[in-house]
Design a binder for this molecule. Structure first.
Ligand SMILES: [Zn+2]
Length: 267
């Protein structure tokens, strides 16, 4: 573990770069408490995730698994819900009778100890490399199209790399937004989140008949940090859907309540 002062300076840096980001352990305990109050408990809930294939995306998932048990995985590269409506229907059928689903989704982004967004230190690897690699590859593809040095060809029909082909197709509408961004690497996960949000809404709406008592949806950006600092999550949506697939409550304000105060208590 790093010295307390270094840790606190790093926390400050992350909060400056990503206002609204909260430490994973704070997120996990608050989510569990908020849901428990609504009768959504580890015993009656199936965890479902749509997070990137990258092992760095597993920390949040593993912590949530400690509370809710094994997750149903909808996700693939960049965190897109590639298991789609078929995956969602299967997942919904696996929810305990009379129970709930907690669906957590989002892209991820790295931040180095000195604050470079889009890169992260990895355990046992000297090279400080891209994070999320899939998202950045898609962003570079889009940049080349915007610059006129490449043509649109996401190669989605190629089965050997079809998830990346789909990410490259899905990122196309964000050419101007990413080009105009002050920091392209910071804007990238938010653009991908917006794209995922559309897909997730679509998938939930198509599978709404299969929802049992209800579904809690937590969407946001995973922020991965070096092996000796804690990861963060920037929650962007925390909604409760009833058994008919209708959003009946916005739980985001409860999740964001007092988060700065809570962080100070932790460090
Ligand atoms: Zn990734």
């Amino acid at each position: 573990m790093l010295p307390r002062e270094t840790m606190s300076a790093f926390n400050k840096l992350v909060e400056e770069k990503f206002p609204g980001a909260i430490l994973n352990k704070e997120l996990e305990s608050k989510v569990a408490t908020i849901l428990e109050k609504r009768g959504i408990t580890p015993a009656n809930t199936l965890l479902c995730t749509s997070l990137c294939c990258d092992e760095l995306a597993r920390s949040l998932e593993d912590d949530l698994k400690k509370i809710y048990g094994h997750n149903f995985n909808l996700g693939g590269l960049s965190g897109f819900p590639f298991a789609g409506t078929t995956g969602f229907s299967a997942m919904a059928a696996h929810v305990p009778d009379g129970g709930y689903c907690l669906l957590v989704h989002g892209p991820h982004v790295g931040i180095t100890k000195d604050g470079i967004i889009g890169k992260v230190e990895r355990s046992g690897i000297a090279l400080v490399d891209n994070c999320c690699g899939s998202a950045i590859a898609a962003s570079n593809y889009l940049q080349a199209i915007t610059d006129g040095t490449a043509n649109i060809n996401p190669k989605i029909q190629s089965f050997s790399d079809f998830q990346q082909g789909a990410v490259q197709e899905l990122i196309l509408p964000f050419g101007k937004r990413l080009n105009d961004a002050e920091n392209r690497m910071k804007e990238l996960p938010y653009a991908l989140y917006d794209s995922q949000d559309i897909l997730i809404r679509d998938i939930i709406s198509s599978g709404s008949k299969g929802i049992k008592s209800g579904l809690a949806l937590l969407g946001g950006i995973q922020i991965n940090t070096s092996p000796d600092t804690s990861d963060y999550f920037h929650p962007l949506r925390f909604d409760f859907y009833d058994g008919n697939g209708v959003v009946v409550e916005d739980m985001l304000p409860s999740l964001m309540e007092n988060h700065r105060k809570k962080r100070r208590e932790m460090y």
